[in-house]
Design a protein around this ligand. Sequence first.
Ligand code: NZQ
Ligand code: ZN
Length: 388
Amino acid sequence: MLGNFTYSNPTKLYFGKDALDSLSAELENYGKNVMLVYGGGSIKKNGIYQKVVKILKACGKNIVEDGGVMPNPTAEKLYEGAEIARTHNVDLILAVGGGSVCDYSKAVSVSAYCKEDPWDKYFIRFEDVSCDIIPVGCVLTMVGTGSEMNGGSVITNHKQKLKIGHVFGDNVFPKFSILNPEFTYTLPKYQMTAGIYDIMSHILEQYFSGTDDNTSDYIAEGLLRSLIVSARAAVKNPEDYEARSNIMWTATWALNTLIAKGKTTDWEVHMLGQAVGAYTDATHGMTLSAVSMPYYRHIMPYGLEKFARYAVNVWNVNPDGKTKKEVAEEGLIAMESWMKEIGLVMNISDLGATEDMLEGIASATFINEGGYKILDKNEVTEILKESL
Ligand code: NZQ
Ligand code: ZN
């Protein structure tokens, strides 16, 4: 049964090959000072930077640049960005990049005028925003996180060895996001497949929870089926527009709050993956793929009905003459072979994790309560050992 909920999503999306043409009209809604946020330079190599700067200049904007946002943006970088935004009286933060750039921009938007330490306030104490917020717009170049249409922002604190996400409310969602699938063609294959698994994980985190019958789970199954097909096509031909556009759209719907409505969710794979990320600084999607199979095999007996349904509805397992357990296991085998086929990392040791880190990673793993089994610390360590 669906629980009670309120649904709204304030982000306006422009999707397709001409999506960037809408930027000028959007810019009219904001003042002169635009903070242009980007990552390590991919947008300069593929020409997206030049296109965006040309539009900003044609619209008469003052550009305040903040480049060098690293994958898994750090608290130190956040302090710097907040200072830049405040001292330049920024009217709009324009994030041009992937999830890291979008997440960072949202964090800066709520930190520029924050009177307290934003890391402590938002990422340790999970408090609401109580200061002015600078609006954010995104031009997406990497697909996976859903950051383009949600309030999520994940920041890493290397000193404290913590990687933590805060899910902000509607007022922090990007005001608009520009999604041109062609902008993702230059992504290295490693990043593309990591993003694909991030999408799958987002859907599964919301799917593998609860025993009720609800619309959200049927939507999730449809998204998963599309993703599995498009991932195979994109791996074969990264410039397959049909596949890349389907993946981009699936990513947005996987984590724009829709499929979580009215149901419980898990998010334990992300808790494990983020703790691995805090120790290794590895690519987000790969931290998730590396812990997933040991986690799902561990919790499968506690959520057998759902795992069997997943096997049949998503992986086309034929249930005839088989026990629920056999069907569920076959589903996980099909998932694992698809993961290997598209080139995902299946072990945390391949991401730089070593045995002596396991205790620290286990203590940095938050334990959620929405999944089929609430893990204890020993189980977390066991799953991490199996993931090594
Ligand atoms: O920095 P540049 O030079 O731009 O290179 C990036 C980066 O190295 C590169 N890249 C991006 N677009 C490209 C490109 N290279 C060539 N061509 C392009 N078109 O890809 C690399 C990875 O980019 P990044 O933004 O770090 O990846 P992603 O989008 O996966 O974002 C990861 C961050 O998002 C957080 C993760 O934890 C991680 O910190 N997440 C955010 C979520 C949210 N907001 O809701 C939820 C997710 O679960 C996730 O936790
Ligand atoms: Zn994720």
